[in-house]
Ligand binder design. Structure first.
Ligand code: FES
Ligand SMILES: [Fe+2]
Length: 458
């Protein structure tokens, strides 16, 4: 680890080797992925007994399956006889049958059949014929796995994020769409394009008409927190980077904003919220002050959610939401944007097989539905993200990422000069990642939450 000491990362300095070196990827293979909690799938992908999903991470593969008693079990996806991979993708099975010599395993990974068992006599212990069990936990509607039997409990690992997001009731959300994309970049190059808002002013310049984009970023234990400086909720308003402009009818401005979100992101806004803008036409006027129009919109969204049967998180308060921020990076590879409460955008990033130059990126648009009204969603996979019919904002991000990966190889470039205020979650992540791999577990990697103050005059 001496080449990759945590001390070599500063708030404004992240050496490029973390993104480029095969040696760094090999360290992750040994000291990160087999030891860290990570999302394997959503709980709603395995609702019935026998449902399973296979989660691949570098050279490891995990089967996550639902038992007849409703419990969730996770095992390594490898036959203990000669090493055959047992399952792929997703499906429903009572047993997993090895296609090579026919050994059989129950949903709990226990061996139920060894063909010609007597040939081994005493030299094959029962437990050596079972699949190797993996730690499993659930939080936020996702199934999390950890291959390390000595790992920290999931709840403790997720802190302080868990306490600061729990009341949003992510477990009540369901996907509206779920796409997996292959991106030509290291998984961290892709990840860190989604853990800061500093890029919004250039990459998503069209958003400035409706977005007060100046952001702040905090280290939160091993995780990262991001929000907009001007707002505790949606950062609605004209960016101060643009020349000031009068808004004669704030309702019209809001309709355009809602339209832009719907068309350019297709997430973080339910149809209910979009339709609720229309109620403003009837119940407010062009003269209603902007603050009041916004409050009414919030009230109408809430009423529509309750009326639809989807409901609303009962204990959520404005103070809790403000503290919870706009966006979290959960170490090491999960990002979510939750400020809209009933519509959350969720990302998971990981290496594509054993290739440190490619990312597998999952994007879930999650929403709150009345029980029974959840849509049936087909998982979509794209070798080439250009085929994925992505709305504008994602396309703008995706175009940058391979340029970053390619550009960082230049001999003139040594390290990322990360913004200490708006990209603090990026540099913090690299420091924690290096520390985690150095310590193997990093239970001691938690540090007090740190707020980077906004410089005066910004
Ligand atoms: S490798 Fe699985 S039964 Fe032989
Ligand atoms: Fe972006």
């Amino acid at each position: 680890m001496s080449n990759y000491s945590p001390q070599d990362v500063r708030d404004d300095w992240v050496p490029k080797g973390d993104y480029l070196d095969r040696a760094f990827h090999d360290l992750e293979k040994e000291f990160l992925w087999p030891k860290v909690w990570q999302i394997a799938c959503r709980e709603d992908e395995i609702t019935s007994a026998g449902d399973y999903v296979v989660y691949d991470i570098v050279d490891d593969s995990i089967i996550v399956s639902r038992g007849s008693d409703g419990s969730i079990h996770a095992s390594h996806n490898v036959c203990p006889h000669r090493g055959t991979r047992l399952a792929d993708g997703r499906g429903n099975a009572n047993q997993f049958v090895c296609p090579f010599h026919g050994w059989r395993f129950g949903r709990d990974g226990k061996n139920v059949k060894v063909i010609d068992r007597q040939d081994w006599g005493e030299c094959l212990a029962k437990e050596d014929t079972d699949l190797v069990t993996v730690q499993v936990g659930t939080w936020g509607g996702f199934v999390w796995i950890n291959m390390d039997p000595g790992c920290q409990p999931l709840d403790a690992f997720l802190e302080p994020m868990k306490s600061k997001c729990e009341l949003f009731e992510f477990d009540k959300l369901h996907p509206v769409w779920h796409k997996t994309l292959v991106i030509d970049a290291n998984w961290k190059t892709t990840l860190t394009a989604f853990t800061e808002f500093y890029h919004v002013q250039t990459t998503h310049a069209q958003m400035l008409t409706y977005t007060q984009d100046y952001s702040i970023s905090r280290a939160m234990g091993r995780h990262g927190w991001m929000s907009y400086a001007a707002s505790s909720g949606m950062p609605l308003g004209r960016s101060s980077r643009l020349p000031p402009k009068d808004i004669p009818d704030f309702r019209e401005y809001l309709f355009e904003y809602a339209d832009q979100f719907k068309n350019d992101l297709a997430a973080m806004q339910t149809d209910r919220a979009y339709q609720a803008t229309q109620r403003l036409r009837e119940e407010t006027t062009a003269e209603t002050p902007p603050e009041e129009v916004l409050n009414k919109w919030g009230q109408f969204i809430y009423e529509a959610a309750v009326e639809s049967g989807a409901g609303w998180p009962a204990e959520l308060t404005p103070e809790y939401m403000a503290e919870s921020g706009f966006d979290w990076h959960t170490f090491p590879n999960t990002v979510f944007l939750h400020a809209a409460v009933e519509a959350v955008l969720w990302y998971r990033l990981r290496p594509c097989d054993d290739d440190h130059t490619k990312t597998l990126m999952d994007v879930w648009s999650l929403e709150r539905f009345a029980p029974g009204a959840e849509p049936k969603v087909e998982h979509e996979f794209y070798e080439d993200w250009h085929d994925a019919d992505l709305p504008l904002i994602y396309r703008q991000d995706m175009e940058n990422i391979p340029l970053v990966q390619r550009g960082m190889k230049s001999s003139a470039f040594k390290a990322n000069r990360t913004n200490p205020v708006q990209e603090r979650a990026v540099s913090h992540f690299h420091r924690i990642l290096r520390r985690f791999m150095e310590n193997s577990h990093a239970d001691d990697a938690l540090e007090p939450e740190t707020l980077v103050e906004i410089p005066k005059g910004s």
